[in-house]
Design a protein around this ligand. Structure first.
Ligand code: URA
Length: 210
């Protein structure tokens, strides 16, 4: 993956995203759509994984069959909304190792503060996919990736549902080596750091909170 930003313009992705944006979409539909769309986004973010071959025998004859190379992927969810994207991806990549990073925004400094971090071992030899539905200011994704790099991760990709230009620019400045895959690059952030037109608070919409 060479482009810093990939927008998945697949008709199914765009259709499902429009349904998710609609404020009248129920929590249960939102969750189902998120799971469905996450499978399609996961397909894109894993498009060029390294491959090798393994000698197998089909009922007909032996062959060198293509299989994924190297250690199992690491999927890292940025709590809490990342978990909604993670569920679908795990259906597609059930053997992946899973980690969680929890960050909150300090009300005075507005900087992200870590309150939880549990990640798989050997990040230096795994492809690491960080998931968070909303790339808004980019503060939490940059902080989460700082943390993963400090734990040894070198091959990182970032998967989100929606991105704001501000978040993409912040990520590109801080982590130019981390490609971003998203379903949409929206217009801008509002004064409260929400993506416009966006879909509102992703965590609230997937978990039915306010
Ligand atoms: N987080 C959200 O859930 N929604 C936004 O629009 C921005 C950040």
């Amino acid at each position: 993956m060479t482009d810093h930003l990939t927008i998945v313009n697949h008709p199914l992705v765009q259709h499902k995203l429009s349904l998710m944006r609609d404020k009248d979409t129920s929590t249960s539909s939102f969750r189902r759509l998120l799971r469905e769309i996450s499978l399609l986004l996961a397909y894109e973010v894993t498009r060029n994984l390294a491959m090798t071959t393994r000698r197998i025998e089909t009922p007909m004859e032996p062959m060198d069959a293509p299989v994924l190379e190297g250690k199992k992927l690491a999927l890292i969810s940025i709590l809490r909304a990342g978990n909604g994207l993670m569920d679908g991806i795990l259906e597609l990549i059930p053997a992946a190792r899973v980690g969680f990073v929890g960050l909150y925004r300090d009300p005075e400094t507005l900087q992200p503060v870590q309150y939880y971090c549990k990640v798989p071992d050997a990040l230096d030899s795994r492809m690491t996919i960080v998931v968070d539905p909303m790339l808004a200011t980019g503060n939490s994704s940059v902080a989460a990736i700082d943390l993963l790099k400090a734990q040894g991760a070198t091959n990182i990709r970032f998967l989100c549902l929606l991105a704001a230009p501000e978040g993409v620019a912040r990520m590109k400045a801080a982590h130019p080596d981390v490609p971003i895959v998203t379903a949409s690059l929206d217009s801008h952030l509002n004064d409260h750091g929400y993506i416009v037109p966006g879909l509102g608070d992703a965590g609230d919409r997937m978990f039915g909170t306010k």
